[in-house]
Design a binder for this molecule. Sequence first.
Ligand SMILES: N[C@@H](CCC[C@H](N)C(=O)O)C(=O)O
Length: 274
Amino acid sequence: MRFTKMQGLGNDFIVLDGVRERIALDPATVQRLGDRHFGIGFDQLLLVEPPADPRHDFRYRIFNASGEEVEHCGNGARCFLKFVRDVGLTDKTELAVETARGVIYPRLEANGEVTVDMGPPALLPAQVPFVAERDDIVHPLEVAGRVVGITVVSMGNPHAVQLVDDVDTDLVQTLGPLIERHPRFPHKVNAGFMQIVGRDEIRLRVYERGAGETLACGTGACAAVVAGIRRGLLDATVRVHTRGGGLIIAWAGPGTPVLMTGPAATVFEGTIVL
Ligand SMILES: N[C@@H](CCC[C@H](N)C(=O)O)C(=O)O
């Protein structure tokens, strides 16, 4: 099985071509390939497949390093577009790509970066899903004997975003895993820690569901900007600084799609010997 190792702001992937190769994956195989010592190592495995609906170009499946299949991956979506063009599956510069939670539209920019129409966020707790009695913008969440204020957002996948004074904090590693598995998130959650730098600039770290802290999380950046706008703290276009680099996120408000722009890079190619 051929694979391509890619990264978007240091969030790393292997991408498999399920259009030309017959690929069967189970959680144990994904875990083995994702192991950074005994396998290739990655945060997520991305699988390119033919679309279910012929009006679309491809189907995009995502597996966390933990082995579970998930709904969405933003940094992966930019790499997806680069991959299908580089291996000759298409020469289009804009694609309609099916994910487990709807269709996304990645587009190649003149400078080589990729903008992805990620679709509109879902804002109701039940859509995340998050167990809450009320539909508030900030929910108190009890974790490790303290109460933190979170804003929940679904970008297809679940996010809980909290504000911190300084993102260079131990909280990402201490609270992150506890929030990820908090019983109020029945499907678990990606835990975001956002420092507001200005109305158009944030710093962000994300403890990802099924992968631990990554150098960047694209859907996490979208969710953080949506959360910041809903809290009245951010403007409609925001530069997001992650540990792996910068993304531009734009959102015009409820019912409209989130746009994410950033880089995608190929690192190496290889063959898997199972
Ligand atoms: N790194 C990703 C998100 C990958 C999926 C996530 N860990 C989940 O379980 O929902 C991104 O760039 O969005």
